[in-house]
Design a protein around this ligand. Structure first.
Ligand code: FAD
Length: 265
């Protein structure tokens, strides 16, 4: 963003500031376009909050806030909730108990070379990659949440979230088409990590060179050879991915120990 100072960052890290900004935007901007939450919308929002409360790595104020929100949503027997009540809870908790979420957007690994590029969609991808990796790393985290029976709970919740709330409708349509075709092939937690990686690359291929492409961050198959050389192989002169290496790389890159607190609150 031209009005903000550039924040130097390392492309081999994941920044907590991006994940916190994602949640800030999601709760205070994206959700605000829905006056009331009810029916499937409400269920989707509850499941999203549960997923983040249980799988967001490293604890801290984000997890506390999402836990509070989750307990509150589950304790309400109401069929519909006004968005304002969600916002009041988020704001009140911040004031009273220091359970807070940054009240500003601070993009780091997701900053764009000018306003309107990168930011929120980048951080949403990042958040869900982190959740797929954390779901594998903490096998019992979703017990007794109602999500434990799903083979790919992170993808299912992501799919419903994107379809219901994500501001980019075209994106939602594409993502839903892809999920409808192949998400049932996902049989375990490793597949879940790799499915999302592969799907993200499909989007990268499609968008390379388009208007939404930031010239400083051109869309390309990811991870690049400089991030992970063993992920790339050549067979009969054709590029192929080494899926074992990709999985190892994703676990490391999106794992809790690779998260940088730099620029976060
Ligand atoms: P992003 O693609 O947002 O990636 C963010 C970061 O994730 C990258 O910087 C990199 O560090 C990492 N990354 C990149 N590729 C992978 C991968 N394969 N696996 C794991 N990590 C990776 N825009 C459209 O114009 N049309 C669409 O149909 C569309 N569909 C979308 C669907 C979803 C579910 C989402 C969340 C976004 C969609 N977008 C779509 C937005 C688009 O994908 C980008 O998020 C946006 O253009 C910003 O791009 P970016 O350069 O920040 O990188």
């Amino acid at each position: 963003r031209s009005s903000e100072p550039w924040r130097d960052f390392d492309r081999s890290k994941v920044y907590r500031a991006d994940l916190e900004s994602a949640l800030h935007y999601l709760l205070r901007v994206e959700l605000a376009t829905h006056n009331t939450l009810e029916g499937e919308e409400l269920q989707t929002f509850k499941d999203f909050v549960t997923l983040v409360a249980k799988l967001y790595p490293g604890g801290g104020s984000v997890v506390k806030l999402m836990e509070t929100l989750s307990d509150w949503l589950l304790s309400l027997p109401l069929p519909r909730i006004p968005y304002q009540a969600v916002l009041d809870l988020v704001d009140n908790k911040m004031r009273i108990s220091g359970v807070f979420l940054g009240a500003e957007l601070r993009w780091v690994g997701c900053q764009g070379s000018r306003a309107g590029l990168r930011g929120y969609p980048c951080s949403l991808w990042t958040l869900f990659h982190v959740l797929t990796v954390q779901h594998e790393a903490t096998p019992t985290a979703l017990e007794n949440t109602g999500l434990e029976g799903e083979t790919s709970p992170v993808l299912q919740v992501m799919r419903r979230y994107i379809k219901t709330f994500f501001g980019c409708e075209e994106c939602g349509r594409h993502f839903e088409e892809a999920a409808a075709v192949s998400v049932e092939k996902v049989q375990n937690r490793e597949d879940q990590i790799l499915w999302l990686w592969n799907q993200h690359n499909m989007v990268n291929y499609r968008l390379a060179g388009s208007l939404s492409d930031d010239p400083l961050f051109p869309k390309a198959p990811w991870p690049s050879p400089s991030l992970c050389s063993s992920c790339h192989e050549e067979k009969h002169g054709v590029h192929v991915w080494n899926h074992d290496s990709v999985l190892l790389f994703l676990r490391q890159h999106y794992g809790a120990s690779n998260m940088s607190p730099m620029y976060s609150m």
